[in-house]
Design a binder for this molecule. Structure first.
Ligand code: HEC
Ligand code: HEC
Length: 163
């Protein structure tokens, strides 16, 4: 996955995709953020539902399909979901609910979502500035991404025994 950095002008076109109908009893909702990542949330189902909701718009830019896109603006809407699944969830070893309330995907209430935008900026700086400046690497495709550090963990390891 190559992170894409574009303007922060989000064109907020509502497509009504925030109302994902995951049935939960009211009592559980309150505890929602305390849920362990893999417990009751059905990621496959959530993804299938989202794909259904954006049907026909898969190739449109994300900022014209979703509500609150500040970074992946021109990424095709269908690909955004793959980035969420493979680029983010899998590389951190979490599900969508680590960063989202699945009943309101566009919300920025979770710190992990905000951190992810900053992490992406950092990855962009490493790739575009720091790695690109190591001349002796020549024309090798030297890139880092979320997996490079996280390797399926929320907190990257600091020594070999952590792996
Ligand atoms: C590590 C954090 C993280 C994980 C895990 C994650 N997302 Fe996201 N998601 C984000 C960020 C950050 C954005 C906003 C991107 C931007 O501003 O360009 C986003 C945006 C979205 C949007 C657009 C919402 C809108 O209307 O603006 C959808 C839909 C979405 N994610 C679905 C998912 C799904 C489905 C999963 C699980 C397969 C998932 N996300 C996992 C961080 C995450
Ligand atoms: C250069 C290494 C590196 C890369 C690359 C990297 N991260 Fe991180 N990330 C870290 C470190 C270090 C922390 C802080 C861990 C700690 O001490 O809590 C962190 C923390 C996070 C957290 C908060 C963890 C939590 O659950 O509290 C999120 C979310 C996150 N990173 C997402 C990402 C995503 C998404 C990407 C790819 C766009 C990414 N990171 C790329 C090093 C990295």
């Amino acid at each position: 996955m190559k992170a894409i950095y574009l303007s922060f002008t989000a064109i907020l076109i509502s497509f009504g995709i925030s109302q994902v109908d995951i049935k939960q009893p009211e009592s559980e909702k309150a505890n929602y953020s305390a849920l362990a990542d893999t417990s009751e949330f059905d990621q496959k189902k959530a993804i299938a539902k989202l794909r259904e909701q954006i049907k026909g718009l898969e190739n449109e830019p994300s900022d014209e399909v979703y509500k609150n896109i500040q970074m992946l603006n021109r990424v095709p809407a269908g690909r955004l979901i793959s980035i969420m699944e493979m680029g983010y969830s899998r590389s951190l070893g979490v599900t969508c609910i680590h960063c989202h309330d699945p009943e309101n995907w566009s919300s920025d209430e979770k710190a992990e979502k905000i951190i992810t935008r900053e992490m992406s900026k950092m990855v962009g700086q490493i790739n575009n500035n720091l790695l690109a400046d190591i001349e002796a690497l020549g024309d090798r495709t030297a890139i880092v991404n979320c997996t490079t550090c996280h390797r399926g963990q929320k907190k990257p390891a600091l020594n070999m025994d952590d792996n």
